[in-house]
Design a protein around this ligand. Structure first.
Ligand code: PLP
Length: 456
């Protein structure tokens, strides 16, 4: 059947259902429900094609930082487009990519000195994996070349490409692909509400860390790197690590001569209350992955930062073949880098991080009364990252049957009330835009509270 050309007056909801295949979406179900097509955004709000207004409670998949349609970022993209929209970094450089690299080195933890660009969180992780692997292969001490494996955590999520899925610990998303994946070692994540070591919170003696110690010590000669989501495991359900955990992991990596890869894709750019999560425990990783908030939610861009020590292991004559043979067509895209520079300028000019602390406390207080709801088992907050875990039985922590899709039901209810949320199973995720006002944060909590109450 010949498809007619767009005329501009088609029913967009029909076109969406007819032609698009949405990520992480059961399309049969999606096509049965009312689909919502976003047309524009302003500040903390999104507007659909019917003119309805929604508070964006998830920063449009954890990317929006200062708000939608910010003039400064729009203007930076526009004026860069009038210069050049793309120019490769393979053998050439461009102005915004160069300036941004300096800025990223300046603001990230001490010791990270080189920036390698890509275009999504997953690719920034792939690059870190390949860099760590190649780093050890290029060591003069040949005994180090056996360091080829990776240690990650239960529930880990680092993206959807094959390398990042190999690091993953979410069976629902990852187990099917096992025949395609390399095997990574898994340490138990500090999921205190459902302790993987079967201990009670506060009386555990950091048993999960002991297990991490055992694994890293036993396998140090074969381990290239530990890959961690610092402070918060995002997709696992906003699992917040207890204080000291990240620092201890850093120390063990150093002791065992294993690189530490900090995946700050979700937690970076203010989301946990500091510009980068690693700062809160004074940790400098060997490699750091950034994406999502890097452009404030305007254009796709990612970066993998490396220490000078790692960078130097790739230097030599061409004929030594130490080059990092990796790159993407859009690596270092000038429009995206210009957006990222404008995003960073707003952080500094408006003292955004300093301004967050009062709002984080406001959120904390606002979340207190959620505990009284009959099906709220746990409420986790780290800065602007919030997870509300719904359970069938609070006393036993028994979850709802997955087929009931309680999280999904709550977010549909919230949508009817003018707030966009997206759950992770039965964990409701609230990821407010850092630029939200006090009253918008209150609205977000209020609607979430009422929606839970309306559904269960
Ligand atoms: N790493 C972490 C910690 C993430 O949370 C995500 C996405 O949610 C990714 C990597 C993958 O990022 P992207 O979706 O941009 O590929």
């Amino acid at each position: 059947e010949k498809i007619p050309a767009n005329t501009g007056c088609e029913d967009l909801q029909e076109l969406d259902k007819r032609y698009l295949w949405h990520p992480f979406t059961q399309m049969r179900e999606y096509c049965r429900e009312d689909n919502l097509i976003i047309e524009r955004g302003e500040g903390s709000y999104l507007f659909d094609t019917q003119g309805r207004k929604y508070l964006d409670g998830i920063s449009s998949l954890w990317v929006t930082v200062h708000g939608h349609n910010r003039k400064e970022i729009n203007e930076a993209i526009r004026s860069q487009a009038e210069q050049v929209s793309h120019s490769t970094l393979l053998g050439l450089s461009n102005v915004p990519a160069t300036r941004l690299a300096k800025e990223l080195v300046r603001i990230t933890p001490e010791g990270l000195s080189r920036v390698f660009y890509s275009d999504s969180g997953a690719t920034s992780v792939e690059i870190a994996l390949k860099m760590a692997f190649q780093y050890w292969q290029q060591q003069p001490d040949t005994r180090k070349r056996g360091k080829q494996r990776f240690l990650t955590f239960s529930g880990a999520y680092h993206g959807d490409t094959i390398g990042s899925v190999s690091l993953g610990g979410m069976d629902l998303f990852h187990s099917l692909y096992r025949p395609l994946l390399f095997q990574s070692l898994k340490a138990p994540a500090p999921y205190c509400y459902r302790c993987p070591m079967g201990r009670e919170a506060g009386e555990c003696g950091f048993a999960c860390l002991e297990e991490f110690d055992r694994l890293i010590s036993a396998h140090k000669d074969e381990l290239a790197a530990v890959v961690i989501e610092p402070l918060v495991q995002g997709a696992a359900g906003i699992i917040t690590a207890p204080p000291g955990y990240l620092r201890a992991v850093r120390e063990r990596c150093t002791e065992c001569d294993v690189l530490l890869i900090a995946d700050e894709v979700a937690v970076g750019f203010g989301r946990t209350g500091s510009l980068f999560a690693c700062e809160q425990e004074g940790v400098s990783p060997d490699l750091m992955c950034l994406a999502k908030g890097i452009t404030g939610g305007y254009l796709p861009l990612a970066a993998t930062l490396a220490t000078e020590k790692i960078y130097e292991a790739f230097l030599g004559e061409y004929s030594e073949y130490k080059t990092f043979f990796h790159g993407h067509s859009y690596t270092g895209n000038p429009l995206a880098c210009a957006a990222a520079l404008a995003n960073l300028e707003i952080f500094e000019r408006d003292c955004v991080i300093e301004g967050l602390q009062g709002k984080i406390e406001r959120l904390r207080q606002g979340l207190e009364h959620f505990h009284a709801l009959p099906h709220v088992g746990d409420v986790r907050q780290r800065g602007f990252m919030i997870g509300i875990e719904l359970v069938k039985d609070k006393a036993t922590k028994e979850p709802f049957a997955p087929a009931l899709r309680m999280g999904h039901r709550v977010i549909l209810e919230a949508r009817r009330r003018g707030v966009i949320l997206r759950p992770l199973g039965d964990v409701l995720v609230l990821m407010p835009i850092l630029g939200m006002s006090d009253s918008e944060l209150d609205q977000l909590l209020q609607v979430t509270y009422e929606s839970i109450g309306a559904v269960m």
